[in-house]
Design a protein around this ligand. Structure first.
Ligand code: NDP
Ligand code: 8X3
Length: 259
């Protein structure tokens, strides 16, 4: 694409962590941002900061991706000058609970399946027809190393991320010939609010996940996403695994926990 033309990037889950990091990196690259999450106050604060720092224009959408009618209505309401979405970063998601499968809570399973799989599909359904019509666009799905490797107590979360990985491949196959690029990014450990959400707000347990090594930051995933987007239009990175240097696999992490 002509990099001088302002480009529009829709980021789901932009109120925190990886989504926020993507917003910062794409703002630095000159994007107009469509920021979507449930916590609109956070989106507006981010938009203000990005306006001040990079003169970025943002359009904030308060939306729960689990509700298709809401997703569809809010995306339809995007003003005309924002409607041509060049990049969709499907990032909103969560792990909830960390129990063996036999001890898991039905409500946690439903929340993960509804957000990580159905929510991603709902946003896809609302955004992608425009890309098909314009014969251009880039869909970047944030899956996880957890979609490649199942680890103890990862069960339903791993299954949802495996589904995202599988959907990324389906998007690529079924959209082949439309001019749309599809990239699946599988991050390893990224220090965000992810662990706090997984442990139902237990800060101590959450902090321990990121102790003793340098985890990735949300912005690191933003940089990877931007790199994929900025390659020439005939080049597509389909699938990428990004880990901290200290992480070799989902469960092998070199930690220095000595005081
Ligand atoms: P955070 O908890 O920091 O951010 C999650 C984001 O998702 C928030 O902006 C949240 O916004 C949004 N979100 C959650 N549920 C909904 C919903 N129902 N509707 C709309 N937005 C929602 O975690 P991360 O940044 O780490 O997670 C982002 C993605 O990255 C997730 O898909 C996660 O699975 C994936 N990931 C994370 C890794 C990590 O180690 N942190 C590694 C690999 C993948 P709000 O609450 O305001 O709605
Ligand atoms: C988040 C990373 O390893 O906690 O997807 O599953 S992990």
């Amino acid at each position: 694409m002509d990099k001088k033309r302002p480009f529009n990037v829709l980021i789901t889950g932009a109120s925190s962590g990886i989504g926020r990091g993507c917003a910062m990196v794409f703002a630095m690259a000159g994007a107009n941002l469509i920021l979507l999450a449930r916590r609109k106050d956070r989106l507006e604060e981010l938009a203000e900061n990005l306006k001040r720092e990079f003169n970025t224009e943002s359009y904030c959408i308060e939306c729960d991706v689990r509700n298709f009618d809401e997703v569809s209505q809010k995306i339809n309401e995007i003003p005309e000058n924002w409607k041509n979405i060049d990049v969709l970063i499907n990032n909103a998601g969560l792990a909830r609970g960390f129990e063996t499968i036999q001890e898991g809570l039905l409500s946690d399973w439903e929340e993960m399946i509804d957000t990580n799989i159905k929510g991603l599909l709902y946003v896809f359904k609302a955004v992608v027809p425009g890309m098909i019509e314009r014969k251009t666009g880039h869909i970047i799905n944030i899956a996880s190393i957890a979609g490649r490797e199942v680890y103890p107590k990862g069960n339903v979360y791993c299954a949802t991320k495996s589904a995202v990985r599988s959907l990324s491949k389906s998007f690529a196959i079924d959209l082949n010939g439309t001019g749309i690029r599809v990239t699946n990014i599988d991050p390893g450990l990224v220090e965000t609010e992810f662990a706090k959400v997984r442990f139902h707000g237990d800060e101590e347990k959450a902090d321990n996940v990121y102790k003793g090594y340098q985890p990735l930051l949300g912005e690191d995933i933003g940089l990877v996403a931007l790199l994929c987007f900025q390659l020439p239009p005939h080049v597509n990175i389909q699938d990428i695994l990004v880990t901290p240097t200290a992480q070799a696999s989902a469960t092998i992490i070199a930690k220095d926990l000595e005081e």
